[in-house]
Structures are given as structure tokens and as C-alpha cells.
Ligand binder design. Structure first.
Ligand SMILES: Cc1cc2nc3c(=O)[nH]c(=O)nc-3n(C[C@H](O)[C@H](O)[C@H](O)COP(=O)(O)O)c2cc1C
Length: 308
């Protein structure tokens, strides 16, 4: 079983990747998306989003990181994909699932699921530009409004040369609301011969097993569940869930990363956002969240994290 840490814009940045891959259990991380419009982006844009490129594309725990691109222009996506791998990305992933309005207006992300031909054009341009030794992977939802094109889209991604397809088992219209339709991943899995990775609504070991059974996929990708239970990948592999005391140590460590890293000013929001996910697994996170909800600086928040 391979477990991938999902791309999550504004949430899973290099600091979170560093922390979660140190805890372990992940085989790969995918970055937040790099939005491609009408130019070849300078290396600094890639380095900002994925500083791991400066260390052979590996997190400090040695987990490979793959840059994700989002856009609609096959030519520019191809050029930027070549750049990403030349800078050290472990292959390149293409985003066909982002539901954000601004992104979809300029035709990137999930809106492309309405146009099977565009998916084909993008993946074939990227696949032919990127050296064969590097993987070109695609991440799709089951559709935009409905699932009518789910299988056609997956077949087009495969025909265009995608080496692997991750399926977030919901349409754009279904957003992030449970359930995830893991049985639909199985329908895709039965039609394509490239590896398929199942994604969506895995919060526990039991969910992972049910997802594997229903999707017919061995390999999975974890998103929000990875934030709610920081050792979820290890739990799926048989470990016990992490206790709250250990989570508190992580929160303090994360505070160190965030304050001394380049994101200090985002820290209060980031920690609240993460606690928002932790609330799902830990009742203590509710109390802590309430305690820091109105606090605005790291100086005020940190003492709340360390008190017993
Ligand atoms: C806040 C947030 C940001 C996300 N950003 C991205 C992204 O940049 N690229 C992408 O392909 N998917 C993105 N996703 C989707 C996740 O990768 C994943 O497919 C989805 O959350 C379902 O998995 P989960 O139920 O395990 O969270 C994002 C999801 C969330 C909640």
C-alpha cells in the first residue's frame, strides 16, 4: 500500500509536510497547486511553494515531493512541468479537481472535467514534453455537476499518457460533503490499466480499509484526515492513534516552525485552522480552540499551548 499526503492549498505547506512526514507513513507528498496562466514561471515561484526542491525534492524525513500544476493551456503547462522536474520535483501532478470559483473562471481545475478533450490535450502535451523517467500524474474529481463523464475522463487521461490517476470520489457540486463515492473509483479502476489512487473521506483505519475494499484500490491519498489525526498514515499501517499530549507537542513545534519560518504573520490563522481539523479527533482541541479563538498574536497563543 502506498499512502500519499494530499495537496491542500493554504493548509499543507512545506512546514506541514515536514512535520507530517517526520511522523511517518507517507510515500509521497503533492504540493499545493501552482497556477499556470500564460507564462513560464521563474524558478523562485516553484521554490517558494516547494522549498524541498532545494534538497532533491525531499522533505527532511526523505519523503519525495511532487509539484502540482493547475491551468488550462497545454503549452504553458508543458513548459512549466519541464521546469518543475528540472528543479527537482518527483514527477508532476495535474489538477483537475479544484472547485474554487476564481480558478474555474479562468478554466483550470474541476471545470475542465466538462471537457474531456481538454483533459486529453493537456495531459498529452505535458506527457510528451516531460522526460519519460518522470511521472506525469493527474488528480480528478468524478465530474463537475454530475458523474456522467467520470469514466470517459479517466480513459482520456490514460490515453493521453497519465502514469497514474488519483480520484477524489466526489463531483465539484458535491464539494467536500460526505459521503465519498468510493464505488465510483472502482468503476474507473475497472476501465483503466494505469494505477489508480483512491481519495476522499478517509479519517480512520476502518475508513481506509472500507475505501480499499469498495474502490478496489490498494493505494490511497489522505487529505483532511491527515490533519485531524497527525499519525493517521501510521494508524492505517497498524499504529495506535496519537494521544493529545503528543499532539500538543506538535502544536508547539509547529509554532516554532511557523514563527521562525517565513510565515510568522500567518501563524494565528494557521494554528486555528489546524485546530479546526484536530477538533474532529480530540475533544481537548475544542477547548483550546475556544481559548485562542480571539487571540491575534503568536505571543498570546503560545502560552495557551504550553499550559497544563
Ligand atoms: C483546504 C483544502 C485545500 C485543497 N487544495 C487542493 C489543491 O491545491 N490541489 C488539489 O488537487 N486538491 C486540493 N484539495 C483537495 C484534497 O487534495 C482532497 O482531494 C480532498 O480534500 C478530499 O480528500 P479528504 O476527504 O481526505 O480531505 C484541497 C482540499 C481542501 C480541504
Amino acid at each position: 500500500m502506498h499512502i500519499t499526503l494530499a495537496p491542500m492549498e493554504g493548509v499543507v505547506d512545506h512546514l506541514m509536510r515536514d512535520m507530517l512526514t517526520r511522523i511517518g507513513g507517507y510515500d509521497l507528498c503533492v504540493t499545493e497547486f501552482v497556477r499556470i496562466v500564460d507564462q513560464l514561471l521563474p524558478p523562485k515561484v516553484f521554490y517558494r511553494l516547494c522549498p524541498e526542491l532545494k534538497q532533491q525534492g525531499l522533505t527532511s524525513a526523505g519523503t519525495p515531493v511532487r509539484v502540482q500544476l493547475l491551468g488550462q493551456d497545454p503549452g504553458y503547462l508543458a513548459e512549466n512541468a519541464v521546469r518543475a522536474v528540472s528543479l527537482g520535483s518527483h514527477g508532476v501532478d495535474l489538477n483537475f479537481g479544484c472547485p474554487a470559483k476564481t480558478v474555474n473562471k479562468s478554466k483550470g481545475g474541476a471545470v475542465l472535467l466538462k471537457e474531456t478533450r481538454s483533459l486529453y490535450a493537456i495531459v498529452s502535451a505535458v506527457r510528451s514534453a516531460v522526460d519519460k523517467q518522470h511521472m506525469v500524474t493527474a488528480k480528478m474529481r468524478l465530474g463537475f455537476e454530475d458523474k456522467a463523464l467520470a469514466i470517459d475522463n479517466a480513459l482520456a487521461l490514460e490515453a493521453a499518457g497519465a502514469d497514474l490517476i488519483t480520484v477524489h470520489a466526489r463531483t465539484k457540486a458535491e464539494g467536500y460533503k460526505p459521503p465519498a463515492y468510493w464505488d465510483w473509483i472502482a468503476r474507473i479502476r475497472e476501465q483503466v490499466s494505469v494505477p489508480v489512487v483512491a481519495n476522499g473521506e478517509i479519517w480512520s483505519r476502518a475508513d481506509a480499509l472500507a475505501c480499499q475494499q469498495q474502490s478496489l484500490c490498494e493505494d490511497i491519498m489522505l487529505g483532511r484526515g491527515a490533519l485531524a489525526l497527525p499519525n493517521l498514515a501510521q494508524v492505517i499501517r497498524g499504529a495506535s492513534p496519537m494521544g493529545w499530549d503528543e499532539v500538543k507537542v506538535l502544536l508547539v513545534n509547529y509554532s516554532g516552525y511557523e514563527i521562525y519560518g517565513d510565515k510568522g504573520r500567518y501563524y494565528p490563522n494557521r494554528i486555528k485552522q489546524w485546530l479546526g481539523y484536530l477538533k474532529r479527533q480530540y475533544s481537548e482541541a475544542h477547548q483550546l480552540f475556544e481559548q485562542i479563538r480571539t487571540l491575534k498574536t503568536a505571543g498570546e497563543i503560545l502560552p495557551c499551548l504550553t499550559q497544563r
